[in-house]
Design a protein around this ligand. Structure first.
Ligand code: SAH
Ligand code: SF4
Length: 363
């Protein structure tokens, strides 16, 4: 139970809560009460669960057990409404979680609810690790290295904390979750997937409103395709050939474009689903029209869309922002060949909340 003490009850699934309840000789239905309070109701403390008998509460407290949502340590508000949260985990490590009130723009996705007086919009960008080990050369998170994996409860906890802070009622407001914060979700696969299941079965997010982005951990893409419950898949391609990709994403030396694109081609898509390919455009590195044509050949035949993301610059990042004109021409090459291609608007650039800028700027 040492692990429980550290991370708390948030992150336990229904079976684990059932085992806990049984260990204390409590009736079976207490597990359902706990599950309901922790996930759909997003209760912060056991004391706030009115249905829990005082005696059971006392025993749990004696053991040092609590729910333990992450604490909001700092909050930075951008002019465009984006909020960057610095969240402290029970052991004091911090990660960042971002709230984007209008989604991330540049694409309609399946946002049928979008536009009705502000209801039905909004995206939460969630971290999966403290730092990241993948070392992409254009990414600020990479400069941190990886401190540790987040546990399932710490991933779900970021969502619960933002929902509570924003006062979101999920019955009325249909939000999206993107696993695109700090870390590589597929290098923390079991905890990431457990978090997904708790978000779907517990908190009440439909899987169709979640997207996970990977830098290309090919073997996990096959595993992910076999999951009965899973978010949509985005792959950070960022280059159209191995030479450029290995230079800006060293992970490409382990899983090159041949193995990555094989995984993408084999990926079992659901009805009307598409893979998203992300492509961070770096001036003079991957922004030529010849790169666009190469990219076209790579993705040809895959039901997909492409998101072009102009580099979000930052201190210590040795690349420059591309020109708007080249990005638009790059987009045209793909669009004319029938590939839906969007230029993503950077959000919260003024507070370093945009893609690739999540970095602990405060200790
Ligand atoms: N680690 C995962 C998910 C988080 S990164 C991954 O890499 O896919 C989310 C997205 O931000 C990725 O597509 C990544 O390529 C992009 N990104 C990273 N640094 C960036 C930067 N400086 N400017 C713009 N996009 C960046
Ligand atoms: Fe890690 Fe993604 Fe940043 Fe690459 S882009 S270093 S995988 S967080």
């Amino acid at each position: 139970m040492a692990e429980l003490l550290e991370t708390g009850l948030l992150g336990l699934d229904f079976q684990e809560l059932t085992a806990l309840v049984q260990r204390h000789g409590q009736p079976q239905y207490r597990a359902r009460q706990l599950f309901h309070a922790i996930y759909p109701q997003r209760v912060k403390s056991l004391r706030d669960i009115s249905t829990l008998p005082k005696s059971f509460l006392a025993v749990l407290q004696e053991e040092g057990l609590e729910i333990r949502q992450p604490q909001i340590e700092r909050k930075f508000q951008s002019q465009d409404g984006t909020i960057r949260y610095l969240m402290a985990m029970p052991d004091g490590e911090t990660v960042e979680t971002v709230w984007m009130p209008e989604g991330d723009g540049g694409e309609v996705a399946d946002g049928s609810e979008a536009g009705d007086n502000g209801w039905g919009r909004g995206t939460i960008c969630v971290s999966s690790q403290v730092g990241c080990a993948v070392n992409c050369q254009f990414c600020l998170t990479a400069l941190l290295g990886v401190k540790r994996n987040l546990q399932a409860g710490e991933i779900v906890g970021q969502v619960a904390t933002v929902l509570n802070d924003r006062g979101v009622d999920l019955e009325r407001q249909h939000l999206n979750i993107v696993f695109m914060g700090m870390g590589e979700p597929f290098l923390n696969y079991p905890s990431f997937m457990k978090a997904v299941r708790l978000l779907v079965e517990g908190v009440g997010f439909p899987e169709s409103r979640m997207t996970v982005s990977t830098s290309g951990i090919a073997p996990r893409i096959y595993d992910f395709g076999n999951e009965p419950i899973r978010p949509k898949l985005a792959i950070s391609l960022n280059a159209s050939n191995d030479e450029v990709r290995s230079r800006i994403m060293p992970i490409n030396k382990k899983w090159d474009l041949t193995s990555l694109m094989h995984a993408a081609r084999s990926f079992p898509l659901r009805n009307r689903e598409r893979i998203t390919f992300e492509y961070v455009v770096l001036r003079g590195v991957n922004d030529e029209l010849s790169h666009a044509r190469e990219l076209l050949e790579l993705v040809r035949g895959i039901r997909c869309k492409v998101n072009l993301i102009a580099l979000n610059p930052g201190p210590g990042i040795p690349f420059a922002i591309p020109t708007d004109r080249l990005v638009r021409e790059f987009q045209s090459v793909l669009v004319q060949a029938g590939i839906p291609t969007f230029i993503r608007r950077p959000r919260g650039r003024d507070i370093y909340a945009a893609c690739g800028q999540l970095k602990r700027t405060v200790a």
